[in-house]
Design a protein around this ligand. Sequence first.
Ligand code: ADP
Ligand code: MG
Length: 802
Amino acid sequence: MKQLKLCRQCVAKNIIFTRFNPLCRAAGMCMTTVRLAENNSITLSPEIVQKLGLKPGDPLAVEEVNGELVVRPVRPVAELPVKPAPADTKSLKDTISRKNLETGIQYIKGIGPKLAALLEKRDIRTVEDALYLLPLRYEDRRRLIPISSLAPGRSGVFSGTVLSADVTTTKGGRRVFEAVVGDETGTIACKWFNANAVWMKRTWKIGRAGVFSGEVNQFGYQREVHHPDVEWLPEGGRLQALLDSDPVNFGRIVPVYPLTEGIHQKTMRRVMREVVDTFLTNITTVVPPELWPAEFPPLREALGQVHSPPPEADLAALNVGATPAHQALAFDEFFFWELGLALKKRGVALEEGIAFQVTHRYTKELARLLPFELTAAQRRVLTEIKTDMMAPHPMHRLVQGDVGSGKTLVALMAALIAVENGYQVAIMAPTEILAEQHWHTMHRWCAQMGLEVVLITAGLKGKAKKEALGRVADGSARIVIGTHAVIQEKVEFARLGLGVIDEQHRFGVLQRGILRKKGANPDILVMTATPIPRTLAMTLFGDLDLSVIDEMPPGRIPVETKIFFESRRPRLYDMIRDQVNLGRQVYVIYPLVEESEKTDLKAASQMAEHLQADIFPGLRVGLLHGRLTPLEKEAVMASFTASEFDILVSTTVIEVGIDVPNASVMVIEHAERFGLSQLHQLRGRVGRGRDKSYCILMTTGKLSEDGEKRLRVMESTGDGFRIAEADLEIRGPGDFLGTRQAGMPDFRVANILRDGTLLEKARRAAFDLLERDPELKGPAHVPLHDELLRRWGKRLELATIG
Ligand code: ADP
Ligand code: MG
């Protein structure tokens, strides 16, 4: 008997194709199977008949087209029943327009207010949101598996009959509903925890037959499936008929969607199927074909395939999001984001800015004052900065350089160029301590040149504050350093020419904008000591030019890093004592405990007391924590810098930028609680002098495998970029330095870790395109422009282009 397949998508379009043809494959729709009977007739399923609004006796046209059998109802298309239009969406025409993807999810057939509310919890408000809700994973339900062949650790679909079903109690006293299902090859247990036993017993009747699916577990000799999906066979019904009648849940690779409480997987599948069936046709590839990678299916096809993988799809690739379909979607996302960044970058490049002249008046003088030569990397980056500053457009440059690579000096040189031209410079640091540290460094050099450097922090009050603000406003303060206090409204600059942002990842994109508005298109220099992996940098700062200081000042001895478990604490104390005897100083850092400054403070201050009283009565122990006022903190730091005590116990307030070259030991308590990049930052506080330094990562013995792996990275390398890559890999881009707040776009499909190469490809395509058509005015590019504004216009503040 010959089998014919009917494509549901084509059915919806009033055409019945007999085979899985390219068109159907394009949409990735699944097929229902019908059989050619002995008398050459076919029987359509009730579902299809209903969907097409057919009545017995209705005429159907049957023809052969290119070797395929096409069956279609003989009726004008317009007469066909259409989905009832939702109350406040207008006409059928509307359903075809792009705008329609914004249709509220509540208007979809089968979605009531309750379900809509649940979906909204998953941020699914519109059809488009739903289309881009990708399956978490996929289950292979292409074939029924004999029960005896169900393999533990894999999911399987099997048919069988209920042999027994009742509540049992586990050894631990938990009540479990257990049903044993068998076929001719064997039996398997199905289990539910917290199920309603009465209802379960009513449905799981002995002798009832069905199709089941779920992940198979092995416990001792017993194989079990927990909470299987089930589809009951109608009394006396045939198995094949059941499978054919439920093509959403059986007989194919089935998507498994992320759920919210209250929505069952099957409901989700049904909803998604409805959305895809109805709206997929509205998706078009806006990216011009010549930019779309040839190996990827077009967007619509790709979306169809991720929801409904074709039968021959590669299950493993599907499950890691590596199919051409997934990649196509990721490419599309990356492309628009990078196009936005490219436009933004171009926008800045076109703006008018200050064309500084390099007079060398102060830069030369500083070079003379410095007790060392700039490294080659510092000089190179400085040249890049100079070139930007001399151009009549605003500079927008990111300087990356590992801890201790000498960024502060590069920033100061750039600042002096602005000052030479009669402009002011604003320098913004993420913490008060770091701002103060910058102030100290810069003030030290600038005072010798007769230049005034002013520090503005949140702690500045009353008369002192008024005076400082006055000096900024009248221009006598040439360099203004502070925390975000610098960009507050009250701070007015006489003539701001350059803004420097240190540790950019701590600030949002917003601050960059505010700083720019403090002057008339000042140059902007962004610095980060946290090496940002290339992919992340391209995503976050893709609109900036990039400079890297990839060389350390000479004479640095690498810091020796060791993981110490609690048992080696005595050895740690010996080591501290030895170093202090050599005249060196020691940091002991405590992590933030549960985000609470109070507990945090308690741990740190107890430690300080304990060290002073019990361990090192002869040494001088100091304490630094977040609850001190800025002045108090400064006093503590100053006395530590002046070697007035030997050991500084601190919370993480110390993290960035502190520079005490005499400190040679960094002890980090509960090191496992820190991110790798943070550990790297902390470690960078030592090894700044001429002597060998140590970083001891203290940890309890109860490290997870992952936790130990992370810490071992610290032991094995001092290269900030490698650490950042590892950190990104382990924690994912969302957590990496809180990049989410710092402007990480939330891609729906793309993953910068998994799809790094794709990102580069998309970036190149986007930048190349803009090279050829800088304003996206070409007829083929206008839709691109519109789509870009729709997706990222607000986020990237792109409204002004074009
Ligand atoms: P970063 O801000 O990149 O962490 P800093 O600018 O604070 O690094 O520099 C770290 C230390 O190295 C400072 O004490 C600084 O004076 C010193 N330093 C900077 N550049 C050089 C150089 N070219 N040669 C020697 N020491 C340098
Ligand atoms: Mg620095």
